[in-house]
Design a protein around this ligand. Structure first.
Ligand SMILES: N[C@H](CCC[C@H](N)C(=O)O)C(=O)O
Length: 292
């Protein structure tokens, strides 16, 4: 099957964008994996698909598949690229676009300077920050959990990490580290991603607080491994940091792929807003095997 695609990136998180506004491609998980493969396909962290509005009150449907072929609820950097795509391709003249995802409606807004701000909706804060043993991946009684927000606990041993389980529609496990460059992102990220504490698996965030308005962040993403940036991961990290009393309501998030700015007033009913770049890289077409 020959398909046309657009390659985009938001703070180095890279995407293949597929336009299904006129017809469905009917791709399988294996074919999404093929597209994302950096040696045999195009290469991407996620595949983003544009579909017509499924109902009144929204402009488009936004479908997200990880590099491993699994469909997921949300992708923040992808939302900015999605908005840039549908606007610049003339699929809408709006600059505030309402988009239906598996986890609800989000509203990207295109700015004249090229940046995009997305209302990412409300964070879901599990009621506690929980410790769990990443060594054996043993399903461990979660022991004494403490109420949210938690007095910062710096006493975690290497075998146990204290995480804040925050959902932005997709699941995140955020932990504090002294230096993101020294953090065991690959080793611990892969353990945390598949820990039994998270039956849907999880995105593992490693956050270094620089000051009350700045953090550095690395994220080992569910279904993709470490990416240069994770938009929902940046939202989840800032929410956790505010919950722990470490951050103010507007935070610059430095990632290996670029800068994201996250705002959250701190109430569970308040939306998280994310601002960052969205860039076209190239257009192309590729022959995908019908059977993989
Ligand atoms: N790996 C994520 C999806 C992509 C999220 C990330 N690329 C973003 O910008 O939010 C998950 O499985 O929930």
């Amino acid at each position: 099957m020959q398909i046309r695609f657009t390659k985009m990136q938001g703070a180095g998180n890279d995407f293949v964008v597929l336009d299904e506004t006129r017809a469905r491609l009917g791709l399988t998980a294996a074919q999404y994996r093929y597209l994302a493969n950096r040696h045999f396909g195009v290469g991407a962290d996620q595949i983003l698909t544009v579909r017509p509005a499924p109902s009144e009150g929204v402009d488009f449907e936004y479908v997200i598949h990880n590099a491993d072929g699994g469909e997921v609820e949300q992708c923040g950097n992808g939302a900015r690229c999605f908005a840039r795509y549908v606007h610049d391709k003339g699929l809408t003249g709006k600059r505030v676009i309402r988009v239906q995802t598996l986890s609800g409606v989000i509203a990207p807004e295109l700015h004249a300077d090229g940046r995009v701000t997305v209302d990412m909706g409300r964070p879901e804060l599990e009621p506690a920050k929980v410790p769990f043993d990443i060594r054996g991946l043993a399903p461990e009684a979660l022991g004494t959990t403490q109420k949210w927000p938690l007095a910062l606990d710096g006493s975690a041993s290497a075998a146990t990490v204290w995480i804040a389980p925050v959902s932005m529609g997709n699941p995140h496990a955020v932990q504090l580290v002294d230096d993101v460059e020294q953090a065991p992102v690959a080793a611990w990220g892969s353990l945390i991603e598949r820990h039994t504490r998270f039956p849907q698996r999880v995105n593992a965030g490693f956050m270094q607080v620089v000051n009350r308005g700045e953090i550095r962040l690395r994220v080992y993403e569910r279904g993709a491994g470490e990416t240069l940036a994770c938009g929902t991961g940046a939202c989840a990290a800032v929410v956790a940091g505010i919950g722990w009393g470490l951050l103010d309501a507007r935070v610059h998030v430095h990632t290996h792929g670029g800068l994201l700015t996250i705002e959250w007033a701190g109430g569970a009913g308040d939306s998280v807003r994310m601002t960052g770049p969205a860039e076209f890289v190239f257009e192309g077409q590729i022959e995908i095997p019908d059977t993989l």
